[in-house]
Design a binder for this molecule. Structure first.
Ligand code: ADP
Ligand code: MG
Length: 481
């Protein structure tokens, strides 16, 4: 299997339903015509890729071909037909490990120990084969099937690199909450980055929330660099000291002192699971993990929007926190597309206005509108509303906010109307997670007319249509590239 198979994929397989989407790929079910065996095929259009992306794809193929392990998603064949690359993998039908855990009736430390053991087995095997995965996280931990006790499978080798003899700086890659201190410090690194990420995963497996979290990513990175995390009461009081000891060893700040995957597998909490790990059911962990899962999915959906808009080269901007990309920094930079400086100003002032609504900041909102602004909006029952009183009423009576909200402006189109006027048409995407952890999003088409008074842009008219709601989609594992 050293050469790319040149025989057309389509003559051997029938393509079925979509299973998932990645940054540059779409994954579909495929049935082998002769045997009727089912597979997952990752389909990538290579024509649109830059040469750097092609290199990354080649790297992923090389790495996947090398690895054969019961806890790793197996690549079987690769085809290239014109501009389309097909990668045929084992079909994974059990979904994400973390989604399975929250559906369980019983879940204890002992179960967590069994999960992390399988993850560590896959990681140890990668390391033996001189591969650093670099993106160990819940989205990439799948279950082979729906059968209870099915194997955990490590997936998505899109960021994996072939290790050099010595530590080396392979670039800033991974997913923010799982990045190790040495990657954040941009120091030469190696296999221990994976063990660190396994430690983060183990922490979550035990209490349902991550060790490092801050809405402000810079602050979170500071915490990680200090290696500062704790075990808050009461949820950690019921965790054995043996489990905490293993986490401490996996999340040791100094990469040279950190336990290896192999050593972690020898730790009593894993090796003598029956004796060392608690068998008490952890209901609170399941409840908290459910919310954590919902938030991750929301982020994944936002990230997909980001990539789609970025690739079609339009301007995208989100609220203060940028979409959390598991990315090499180069792709995190927002693309200002084809907008001129003036048009960008309009996009920015529109974003400010949207933020003021999300923040329920009437003072800021009223600064950005004229006293006698007009608007059409569904709530006004097909009447043209004039003046700010109508808006103020809504600001004064806005309900308590959901647990999490993010508003993004998608595909804004700006047209200047002379020197002192402009209109901006866009879709406002509102994403929320309610207190039960259920994710929801609404897209609303909106148009605003802006006029310049002195040096300031003010909104003189807006027109909003009723939004289309869609429940949160299944997660698109956001990868870098
Ligand atoms: P990318 O590297 O482009 O992000 P991934 O390898 O992460 O692509 O695959 C994208 C999505 O497709 C995954 O999140 C998952 O939902 C689905 N998927 C990938 N591989 C399989 C597989 N072997 N079986 C079932 N679903 C898969
Ligand atoms: Mg992926």
């Amino acid at each position: 299997m050293s050469e790319v198979d040149s025989k057309p994929f389509s003559s051997k397989y029938d393509i079925k339903e979509e299973l998932g989407k990645g940054a540059f790929s779409i994954v579909k079910k495929a049935v082998q015509k002769d045997t009727k065996d089912e597979f997952a095929v990752k389909i990538i259009n290579t024509r649109k890729l830059t040469s750097r992306d092609v290199q990354k794809l080649e790297r992923e193929v090389r790495v996947c071909r090398l690895l054969k392990h019961e806890n790793i998603v197996q690549l079987h064949q690769v085809f290239q037909e014109h501009d389309v690359r097909y990668m045929v993998f084992d079909l994974i039908t059990g979904g994400e490990l973390f989604d399975d855990i929250v559906a369980r009736e019983f879940y204890s430390e002992k179960d967590a120990s069994h999960c992390i053991q399988q993850i560590l087995e896959s990681v140890q095997y990668c390391h033996e084969n001189r591969i650093i995965h670099r993106d160990i996280k819940p989205e990439n931990l799948l279950l082979a099937s729906r059968t209870p006790g099915a194997n955990v499978k490590l997936a998505d080798f899109g960021l994996a690199v072939e290790a050099m003899d010595a530590r080396h700086y392979y670039g800033f890659a991974g997913t923010p909450g799982y990045l190790s201190p040495e990657v954040l410090r941009k120091e030469p690194y190696s296999y221990p980055v994976d063990t660190w990420a396994c430690g983060v995963v183990l922490y979550i497996l035990l209490v349902g929330y991550p060790p490092f979290w801050d809405d402000n990513q810079a602050k979170m990175f500071e915490q990680i660099k200090k290696g500062r995390f704790d075990y808050p009461a009461p949820e950690w009081d019921t965790v054995t000291s043996s489990a905490k000891d293993l986490i401490n060893k996996m999340m040791t700040g100094d990469q040279l002192k950190r336990i290896t995957a192999n050593e972690a597998l020898q730790h009593p909490w894993i090796k003598n699971r029956d004796k060392e790990a608690s068998k008490v059911h952890r209901q609170e962990t399941i409840t908290v993990l459910r919310k954590f899962n919902a938030r991750r999915k929301l982020k994944a959906a936002a990230h997909t929007v980001f990539l789609v808009t970025k690739r079609s080269s339009t301007f995208f901007s989100s609220r203060a926190n940028k979409p959390t990309t598991p990315a090499e920094v180069t792709v995190q930079e927002e693309d200002s597309g084809s907008h001129t400086a003036e048009e960008k100003e309009i996009v920015q002032v529109t974003q400010r206005l949207i933020n003021s609504i999300a923040d329920k900041d009437y003072k800021e909102y009223s600064k950005l509108c004229t006293e006698d602004m007009t608007c059409f909006e569904p709530e006004a029952c097909a009447q043209l509303v004039t003046g700010m009183e109508f808006h103020k009423f809504y600001f004064d009576h806005l309900p308590a906010s959901p647990s999490a909200i993010q508003q993004s402006m998608i595909t804004p189109k700006v047209q200047m109307l002379g020197d002192s006027g402009a209109y901006c048409a866009y879709i406002r995407l509102i994403q929320t997670v309610n207190k039960e952890g259920v994710a929801h999003s609404v897209s609303i088409p909106e148009t605003r007319i802006w006029q310049k008074f002195g040096g300031d842009w003010k909104c003189v008219h807006s027109h909003r249509s009723a939004g289309g709601a869609n429940p949160a989609r299944s997660p698109d594992t956001p990868s870098d590239q």
